[in-house]
Design a protein around this ligand. Structure first.
Ligand code: ZN
Ligand code: FE
Length: 255
């Protein structure tokens, strides 16, 4: 049976995710912006928390860790290269590692760019990818530490996953990402209909996360820096995809 996914809104606009195994009732949490809503969701779901997966060191992804009710018994997984600025890790991982979580194989993908050392967790059997502040719904994370070329490299790693992979990103930024995406790509009918859905969801107070890789490939400009039509629209027909990505990221920063 595939694992169960629960999205937990935290703080202003963060998301944590609970992944649960129905047979064992054990669960893992991906990122811990704050403890209270996660503790409540674990109780509501009847889950026993065994593992915490941390994507990167920013406070809004780790600060709730010590407040988890199950803190004393959970194993914490994070990037070895970020161990110096993450909470103490029980399992330190690097790109390409495969670890067992809830009886399923999870691959570690280095997706540096937002920070150096940001990782994503890919549950290939359940088709779940936890991307936090790398690939986001209709966007990508701001480049605090890495270069545009590094983030483009990270984006390309997601393109190799199966198109029906569920993309679980770390923030509800989709509506402002949509306002930006439509300035670049106003003739993209997939984007226009997606934006209608986003605006309706937000008006109803519903999350727009998670999404699917297929949807992102068709509408997210940050995944489409190598798309000839988008390059032409930017007047960058002959530029490298990395340069086009840098231009798109720069425009978003100034938007
Ligand atoms: Zn962050
Ligand atoms: Fe964040």
């Amino acid at each position: 049976m595939p694992l169960t996914l629960t999205t937990v809104p935290c703080l202003q606009d963060n998301y944590a995710f609970i992944v649960g195994n129905h047979d064992t009732r054990e669960a893992t949490v991906v990122d811990v912006p704050e403890a209270a809503p996660i503790n409540a969701a674990l109780v509501a779901g009847g889950w026993t928390l065994t593992t915490v997966l941390l994507t990167h060191h920013h406070w809004d992804h780790i600060d709730g860790l010590d407040g988890l009710d199950a803190r004393a018994s959970v194993k914490v997984v994070g990037a070895a290269r970020d161990a110096y600025r993450l909470p103490p890790l029980d399992i330190a991982v690097t790109e390409g590692d495969q670890i067992d979580v809830l009886g399923e194989r999870v691959s570690i993908i280095d997706v540096s760019g937002h920070t150096i050392g940001h990782i994503a967790f890919h549950f290939s059997d359940s088709k779940l990818a936890f991307t936090a502040d790398s690939l986001m719904a209709l966007g990508c994370g701001r480049l605090f530490e890495g270069t545009p070329a590094q983030m483009w490299d990270s984006m390309q790693k997601f393109k190799t996953l199966s198109a029906d992979t569920v993309i679980c990103s770390g923030h509800e930024y989709t509506q402002s990402n949509a306002r930006f995406a439509e300035t670049l790509d106003p003739d993209n009918s997939d984007l226009i209909s997606r934006i209608e859905g986003i605006d309706a969801a937000r008006a109803a107070g519903e999350p727009t996360v998670p999404t699917t890789l297929d949807m992102e490939l068709r509408t997210n400009p940050f995944l489409r820096a190598d798309d000839p039509a988008l390059k032409a629209k930017l007047g960058m027909k002959n530029a490298s995809a990395a340069d086009v990505f840098a231009e798109i990221r720069g425009r978003k920063d100034r938007f």
